[in-house]
Design a protein. Structure first.
Length: 246
C-alpha cells in the first residue's frame, strides 16, 4: 500500500512539475514578446513618423508647384543652394534607409518569437509587410521611382543597423554616421546611391513618384496608429493622410 501511495505521489509530482514548467515557459515567452515589442516600438514609431512626415511634405510640395510656387523638393533641391539640395537628397534617403533598418531589426529579433494571439503585434508585422510590398510593387504608376525590390530593402536595412548593437538592444546608425559613410568609398555608398537617385527623380518628375509615395504615406499612418494607439507620442492631429487637391 505504501509503495502504491508513493508511486501515485511521484506521478502527481511529475505531472505538477510538467504543468508548472509549461506555464513558466509560456509566461517567459509572453514576457519576451512584451519586452522586445516595448523595447523596439518607440524606435520604429519615431522613424515611421519622420518618414511619413517627409513624404507628406514632398506630396504637398507637388500641389504647391501646381499653384505656381515652389514646393519642398522643387524649392530646395532644384532651385535651392547646393547645400540645400544635398540636404534634401541625403536626409530623405536617410529617412527611407532608417525605416528599412528598423523593419529589418523587427524581422531579425522578432521573427523567432511566437506573437501569439496579440492582434496588435500581428497587425504591426502585417503592416510592415504591406509597406514592403508597396515599395517593391512593379505595377505602380511611375514604377521605377522609389521602387526597391524586397531583397534590396533588406540589404539597405542590414547596413543601417549599428554593428555595435546586439540582439535585444539593436539600433540604427544616426544621420551623422550615415552622411560620413556616404562620402566613403565602399558598399554602403553604393547601396544608398539608389535611394539618392530616387529622390532626384521624385523632384524632377513628380508623376513618377506621387502614386507610390501616397500609398506608402497612408500605410505608414496605419502603422503609427498601431504603434501608438492611444496617441501618447503623436496625437491624431499630427497623423494627416495626404489627400490630393481636386
Amino acid at each position: 500500500m505504501i509503495a502504491v501511495i508513493s508511486a501515485v505521489i511521484a506521478v502527481l509530482g511529475a505531472v505538477f512539475s510538467a504543468v508548472l514548467g509549461h506555464r513558466l515557459q509560456a509566461q517567459a515567452k509572453s514576457r519576451d514578446r512584451r519586452d522586445y515589442m516595448s523595447r523596439y516600438r518607440d524606435g520604429l514609431l519615431w522613424t515611421t513618423f519622420d518618414l511619413q512626415s517627409r513624404i507628406f511634405n514632398i506630396l504637398r510640395g507637388y500641389q504647391v508647384d501646381l499653384r505656381g510656387s515652389r514646393g519642398f523638393t522643387s524649392g530646395f533641391l532644384l532651385a535651392g543652394t547646393e547645400q540645400q539640395a544635398l540636404y534634401v537628397k541625403r536626409s530623405t534617403a536617410f529617412l527611407f534607409a532608417e525605416y528599412l533598418g528598423w523593419a529589418e531589426i523587427f524581422r531579425r529579433d522578432l521573427q523567432f518569437l511566437d506573437l501569439g494571439s496579440n492582434r496588435a503585434n500581428q497587425q504591426i508585422m502585417f503592416t510592415l509587410n504591406r509597406v514592403s510590398r508597396t515599395l517593391g510593387d512593379a505595377h505602380t504608376a511611375g514604377a521605377e521611382c522609389f521602387r526597391i525590390f524586397r531583397t534590396d530593402q533588406r540589404a539597405i536595412g542590414e547596413i543601417m543597423i549599428d554593428s555595435a548593437s546586439e540582439p535585444g538592444e539593436r539600433r540604427c546608425i544616426g544621420y551623422a554616421t550615415f552622411c560620413a559613410q556616404l562620402t566613403a568609398e565602399g558598399a554602403f555608398s553604393e547601396w544608398m546611391q539608389e535611394l539618392l537617385d530616387h529622390v532626384e527623380v521624385a523632384a524632377r518628375e513628380p508623376d513618377k513618384a506621387g502614386d507610390r509615395l501616397a500609398r506608402i504615406q497612408h500605410q505608414l499612418i496605419d502603422l503609427i496608429d498601431l504603434l501608438d494607439a492611444e496617441g501618447r507620442r503623436f496625437p491624431s492631429a499630427e497623423r494627416s493622410r495626404f489627400v490630393p487637391a481636386e
